[in-house]
Design a protein around this ligand. Structure first.
Ligand code: WQD
Length: 339
């Protein structure tokens, strides 16, 4: 299929582009580059061995989005594009609601006008809210504790109502747990701008010497060692899950499906630190700091439905995730070049 990947220049989008090409699909990328560097495109063309058409537009611009669908023969869409920083969403709620919802409305309307009704949506485990039962299953109620999370809850609801209104749609919402790692080449990876909010990129920057030490946000949680436990999933496993969902969703009886993409295993902050030290051979100095507002003690998936329905399962270990992250970070100490 000819697949439009919105946010295809981003961390998960770029890794999914590679897996789509490897699976025999054609890819078109649309990205406004508000949180990605154009230099990733050259890396993708080198890794896939083919040109990657890119539309550098903002999907909230309905005219440009219409123009894209009128000029590209699109068969399906994987929708990653959106603002995704939890803390920033609390400070700028209107920007998050407007961007994440308007871009989705614009995309859905253009898809409908052009008879493109196969969609894989990038959702998040954050929709399980503040105190979810563990392991998290897809039938748990959804809620959020920040505007970013609410945009994911709201978009899932919008997609569910669109699917219920017209059964020509085939939609999959994929709820990611904690994406980490990098392509085995070390040529693409996570490149957050500014101080990383997330654990793995921060640890990688400590290892490569860009940061002095890690602050561990609390060691008094009710977990194996008191530090936060999460379901880290390798970005390549995540990308493979998107291709599996894309290839499966068209033959599903129901217009809308929801799948967790996780390993089902919880790993603590201290366990990540130790794994990264093994992978990099570098010490990761850290201090115990106060808990971070909004954090939950533990989060991990029950991935049984995705395993069964998609014939997909996560394959990589936390050691693989750290080794691949380290290869990317040590080859690209300052992330992607600007030009
Ligand atoms: C992981 C663990 C922290 C940084 C977030 C978003 C979620 C999703 C994935 C988009 C926690 C601890 C972290 C640090 C630390 N994003 N930590 N020191 O919070 O589970 O999920 O990213 O969908 O929506 O909420 O990921 O990597 O920020 O934190 O101790 O400098 O590492 O307390 O236990 P999180 P994270």
């Amino acid at each position: 299929m000819r697949v439009l990947v919105s946010g295809g220049a981003g961390y998960i989008g770029s890794h999914t582009v590679i897996r789509l090409v490897e699976a025999g699909h054609d890819v078109v990328v649309v990205d406004d580059f508000s949180n990605a560097k154009p230099t990733v495109v050259g890396r993708l063309e080198a890794l896939t061995g083919r040109p990657i058409p890119v539309h550098a537009i903002d999907l909230t611009d309905t005219d440009k989005t219409e123009h894209l669908f009128a000029h590209e023969q699109i068969d399906a869409v994987i929708h990653f594009a959106g603002f995704k920083a939890v803390g920033e969403s609390v400070a700028k709620p209107l920007a998050y609601y407007q961007n994440n919802l308007d871009s989705t409305f614009s995309l859905l309307r253009a898809m409908d006008r052009h008879d493109v009704r196969t969609l894989v949506f990038s959702s998040s485990a954050t929709v399980y809210g503040a105190e979810p039962e563990l392991p998290m299953t897809e039938d748990l109620p959804t809620s959020a504790t920040n505007p970013y999370g609410w945009t994911k809850v709201m978009i899932e609801q919008i997609l569910s109502d669109v699917a219920a209104s017209d059964d020509r749609w085939r939609i999959a919402a994929l709820r990611y747990f904690n994406p980490v790692g990098a392509h085995a080449s070390g040529d693409i990876g996570e490149d957050p701008s500014g101080i990383p909010n997330n654990l793995m990129p921060f640890v990688a920057q400590v290892a490569v010497g860009r940061r002095e030490q890690l602050s561990v946000f609390g060691d008094d949680y009710d977990t194996v060692d008191g530090t936060g436990v999460r379901d880290y999933i390798h970005v390549d496993d995540l990308a493979a899950g998107h291709v599996a969902a894309l290839d499966t969703v068209g033959s599903r009886a129901e217009p809308m499906s929801v799948w967790n993409l996780g390993t089902g295993q919880g790993v603590s902050v201290l366990q990540v630190i130790k794994a990264f030290e093994r992978a990099s051979g570098r010490p990761i100095p850290y201090e115990i700091a106060p808990r971070r507002a909004g954090d939950i003690a533990a989060s991990y998936a029950d991935p049984a439905r995705a395993n069964a329905d998609l014939g997909w399962r996560a394959t990589k270990t936390i050691d693989d995730m750290c080794a691949d992250t380290w290869r990317w970070q040590s080859k690209n100490p300052n992330g992607y070049p600007d030009a």
